[in-house]
Design a protein around this ligand. Structure first.
Ligand code: ADP
Ligand code: MG
Length: 482
């Protein structure tokens, strides 16, 4: 007996509790004997009374017919009930609900059949569960992928379309599954990469443009889908949006080119002067002195360029530690202005702080000094003789704002957004002549943003400029509000 076979339940459906067996030879023997006895009795009776024997034979035949009909009906009912149960068992979980094992209701051969069905049913449910779990896992992985995944069958109809693909092509999965890929997404290059993978039976990698989605650049990798026996089922494509990566690559390349150029200019000058001096100019004291002055200026320029580059890379580094504390901006402004007092004085430019003291801000002292020095340096550099530079502040809802204003030349409208970019200058020659590196404002922007603030400029050509910086006001701001 099968060990896993469940014990019969005490009560089961009445039509199934008893059922006819086929019976063995031993069970058939009495029936054969009975037939033989009846036949012999009828034959004996026929010898004595032929009419009675005929009636007896007819009665025996009728009895046997009734017995056969009864047996046949029982068998039919049993088969019907078994079929009904089996049908219920294979038709799905909801039909089975609340019922125990099929074998529990049956006996004999039917019970063996039912046990086999029960075992098959258990295995079926196990396999179904595993398949469901695998499909759920795949669905989760595909759904959480940043890359778009699209698969098509051998006839080019969409089989699979994940969420990232929905975002890339701007259509819902439900709309595209089962439709011809090209018709569904209308991207010829993607469809062609999939067709090529199927035709050539090998993976294809291409970079394509998606003009429809704002000039996005996609990297498409396709591969044919094959069964274990090697039969071609379709192809799958993995699509990666490389727009941002390409942009960053370009920024990096431009930056390296800019840095190289900025370094080469003073170095070339230095080399030229050194060679001229060596060629004999060193003997002419006046010329030699003039050259050395120029060389010092060029060296200074190299030093400030390197120092700005280092500042910038420090500010861009995720490892930079920003320590915010409550600082009196007024003190820092006074100290920074002091650094420029002499230079401004020689050109008759007035420097003034209009900040109340104390003016509390939540900031990192070293970053804040960098911001002030760069902004005041620019103002002093670009403001012509007799001009004025002033620093003022205001407060608003948790923010402390200060501004550095000047009466300088102002900034053209189209350059307002760009002056915070690395190496961008409105007038390159002028900036160079003033010893500028073109990195000051991008240092300012990074330093402000690292402190959780924002910087912008307001300016009109010919009417001076105002650089505004907004920082967190700090916890004490309410108490010390001026
Ligand atoms: N106060 C200002 N007035 C006019 N133009 C300015 C002012 N500050 C900055 N700019 C413009 O912004 C450009 C970028 O400034 P910055 O990054 O500090 O570089 P640099 O000062 O080395 O030229 C300057 O070259 C100049 O054209
Ligand atoms: Mg500058």
């Amino acid at each position: 007996m099968d060990r896993r076979e469940p014990r019969p339940l005490a009560a089961g459906p009445p039509e199934l509790l008893s059922q006819p067996g086929r019976g063995g030879f031993l069970l058939r023997l009495p029936a054969l004997l009975a037939v033989a006895v009846i036949a012999w009795s009828l034959w004996a009776l026929y010898q004595v009374d032929g009419r009675r024997a005929l009636v007896g034979a007819a009665a025996a035949l009728a009895g046997w017919g009734l017995a056969w009909a009864w047996q046949h009906q029982r068998q039919q009912r049993f088969v019907d009930a078994l079929v009904q149960r089996l049908a219920g068992r294979v038709s799905g979980p909801e039909e089975r609900n609340g019922r125990g094992s099929l074998a529990a209701d049956l006996r004999g051969d039917a019970r063996r059949i039912a046990s086999a069905v029960d075992a098959g049913d258990r295995r079926w449910r196990e396999v179904l569960g595993q398949a469901q779990a695998r499909s759920d896992l795949l669905e989760t992985i595909l759904g959480s992928m940043v890359d778009g995944v699209v698969a098509q069958d051998a006839r080019g109809r969409v089989l699979l379309f994940n969420e990232a693909a929905e975002a890339l092509f701007g259509c819902r999965r439900g709309e595209v599954i089962g439709r011809p890929l090209l018709e569904a997404i209308r991207e010829y290059d993607v469809a062609d990469a999939l067709e090529t993978a199927m035709r050539e039976g090998a993976g294809v990698t291409r970079t394509i443009g998606l003009a429809r989605l704002g000039e996005r650049e996609l990297q498409v990798r396709t591969a044919p889908l094959r069964s274990r026996s090697g039969e071609l089922h379709g192809a799958v494509a993995v699509l990666r949006d490389v727009t941002e990566m390409r942009r960053l690559e370009q920024v990096r390349t431009e930056f390296v080119a800019n840095v190289s150029h900025e370094l080469r200019t003073p170095l070339t000058a230095l080399k030229g002067f050194i060679e001229t001096l060596l060629d004999g100019a060193v003997d002419d004291r006046a010329t030699a002195r003039r050259f050395l002055e120029i060389m010092r200026r060029e060296t200074d320029r190299l030093v400030s360029l390197i120092s700005d580059l280092l500042d910038l890379s420090r500010l861009e580094s995720p490892r930079l530690e920003v320590r915010l504390e409550t600082l009196n901006l007024s003190d820092l402004v006074d100290q920074s202005l002091e650094l420029f007092r002499h230079r401004a004085g020689t050109r008759g430019v007035e420097l003034a702080s209009e900040l109340p003291s104390p003016f509390w801000v939540e900031a990192d002292e070293s970053l804040l000094r960098q911001v002030l020095v760069n902004l005041i340096d620019n103002a002093v550099k670009y403001t012509p003789e007799g001009g004025r530079i002033w620093i003022s502040g205001s407060r608003e809802e948790g923010w402390a704002e200060f501004s550095v204003s000047d009466t300088g030349p102002g900034i053209p409208r189209k350059a307002l957004d760009r002056i915070f970019e690395r190496f961008y200058r409105v007038d390159k020659a002028r900036s160079r002549a003033m010893g500028g590196t073109g990195l000051g404002l991008s240092i300012v922007r990074h330093a402000v943003e690292r402190q959780g603030g924002r910087v912008w400029v307001e300016s009109q050509l010919g009417e001076g400029s105002t650089f505004r910086v907004r920082l967190h006001a700090g916890p004490t701001s309410e108490v010390t509000r001026p």
